[in-house]
Design a protein around this ligand. Structure first.
Ligand code: ATP
Length: 218
């Protein structure tokens, strides 16, 4: 199974789900959370939660559970959520705009500090309180501000060119929303979200369900 920092990837992916639940519980002043409760929320059995958290050397107390605030704090540190991460976003279309205006990223320490687009009609406009900048400013700005993350929301045919500009700007992590494969140096991490592929999977599921539920025709 593939691992990141010694933790199986499925376990790593569940940690932010546990974290979100712990924050909610902390807000409701719940002092302890059981592995069963964390598991129900993440859709896995309690034994899996205990296994996931044991990779971090975090063990709950039998009959009491995990200290809500302590575990939330530990996960925050482990996942680097408390560190501010500055990102730039390229492609201020519908998706780019929605991500820019999404307030939930702040909870994970992500701040989109600059927007770029190639369309002269968009350059100079503001989204939230950020002005859309022309592409020729990207490399210099990313280098100067030591931007850690680049978010790509351009059409697929333009994504490689944008990724290459981000790499030239010293960006080491790319969050790619364009449905295409990017070629980047080995030290650059690319995480791609293919919304169309996810939708295709859902469409297929809906079709299969409606076939199963459809009344038989004579
Ligand atoms: P809109 O209709 O507002 O353009 P959209 O979501 O339909 O929105 P897309 O065609 O997906 O637009 O493009 C997303 C954005 O990416 C657009 O704002 C477009 O100008 C921008 N874009 C396209 N090519 C590039 C490029 N090479 N570099 C930077 N931005 C680009």
């Amino acid at each position: 199974m593939s691992e990141t920092y010694g933790i199986p990837r499925p376990s790593l992916r569940r940690l932010p789900i546990y974290y979100r639940h712990l924050i909610e519980m902390a807000e409701r002043q719940v002092p302890y959370v059981s592995s069963k409760d964390l598991g129900q929320n993440a859709g896995v059995p309690a034994s899996q939660v205990r296994k996931d958290l044991s990779y971090l050397h975090e063990y709950g107390r039998p009959g009491v559970g995990y200290d809500t605030k302590a575990l939330a704090g530990y996960l925050e540190e482990f996942l680097g959520l408390a560190n501010d991460k500055e990102a730039i976003l390229v492609g201020v279309g519908n998706l780019g705009r929605a991500l820019t205006l999404y307030p939930g990223f702040a909870q994970y320490g992500l701040q989109i500090i600059a927007l770029f687009d190639i369309d002269p009609a968009k350059i100079g406009q503001t989204v939230g309180d950020r002005e859309v900048l022309p592409m020729f400013k990207l490399v210099d700005l990313a280098r100067r501000l030591k931007v850690q993350m680049g978010i790509i929301t351009v059409p697929p045919h333009a994504a490689q060119e944008v990724a290459s500009a981000m790499v030239s700007g010293g960006i080491k992590v790319i969050w790619n929303f364009a449905p295409c494969k990017l070629t980047v140096p080995a030290e650059v991490l690319v995480k791609s979200e293919d919304l169309a592929a996810e939708l295709a999977a859902l469409s297929h599921h809906i079709m299969r369900r409606s076939q199963v539920l459809a009344p038989a025709t004579e």
